[in-house]
Design a protein around this ligand. Structure first.
Ligand SMILES: NC(=O)c1ccc[n+]([C@@H]2O[C@H](COP(=O)([O-])OP(=O)(O)OC[C@H]3O[C@@H](n4cnc5c(N)ncnc54)[C@H](OP(=O)(O)O)[C@@H]3O)[C@@H](O)[C@H]2O)c1
Length: 173
């Protein structure tokens, strides 16, 4: 049997910011569409703060929320108390070919990076102020397999790159 396919999905600024005050620091609807296209039908694993930042359970996907709080329950989501339980829930009903996505935030990315095989990275070509960051990647471990360049519509006209990074070395999952 093939091992489970775990991917990280993240949008970050030039200075690696991913969030500020438990929100995204930018308005980039094109990236939200990209997020939806990639994740629809797949399990998504997130920290409790990211779930609260999104403010709802995302439809059409198994939402797996990680928290240490004992009595935290969210209707129509799976709440787990560890990263390992999140993986177990994410891959329980899925064939080995299916992909599960870690969608943040910083705490959860840091704890799952070593287990992931792919990173879908939206790199916004601008610096932002923030309080949460995407971890530095080791270039010995990751290689860029795809990059497309885009510009957002609207006043901001943000340049952003949609990048795929694949792991060179086997992941530890
Ligand atoms: N740009 C992006 O792609 C992106 C994506 C997602 C999120 N974000 C941003 O990132 C920020 C949130 O990131 P964050 O690092 O503060 O929070 P987070 O990773 O979303 O959630 C942290 C919480 O997860 C739980 N947790 C963490 N490790 C755990 C473990 N090993 N076992 C059990 N529970 C665990 C804890 O919940 P309890 O405190 O309940 O125990 C912890 O407080 C927000 O600003 C959000 O907008 C950005």
């Amino acid at each position: 049997m093939k091992s489970p396919f775990l991917s990280l999905l993240v949008a970050m600024s030039k200075n690696r910011v991913i969030g500020k005050n438990n929100r995204l620091p930018w308005h980039l609807p094109e990236d939200l569409k990209h997020f939806k296209t990639l994740t629809m039908g797949h399990p998504i694993i997130m920290g409790r703060k990211t779930h609260e930042s999104i403010g709802k359970v995302l439809p059409g996907r198994t939402n797996i929320i990680v928290t240490r709080q004992k009595n935290y329950t969210i209707p129509s989501a799976i709440v787990v108390d560890s990263i390992q339980s999140a993986f177990a829930a994410g891959f329980e009903k899925n064939s080995a070919e299916n992909e599960a996505f870690v969608i943040g935030g910083e705490e959860i990315f840091r704890q799952t990076l070593a287990f992931s095989r792919r990173i879908y990275l939206t790199e916004i070509q601008k610096k932002f102020d923030g309080d949460t960051f995407f971890p530095e990647l080791n270039s010995q471990e990751w290689h860029e397999t795809e990059r497309t360049i885009h510009f957002s519509e609207g006043i901001d006209q943000l340049e952003y790159h949609l990048i795929t990074l694949d792991r060179k070395t086997p992941s530890s999952i």
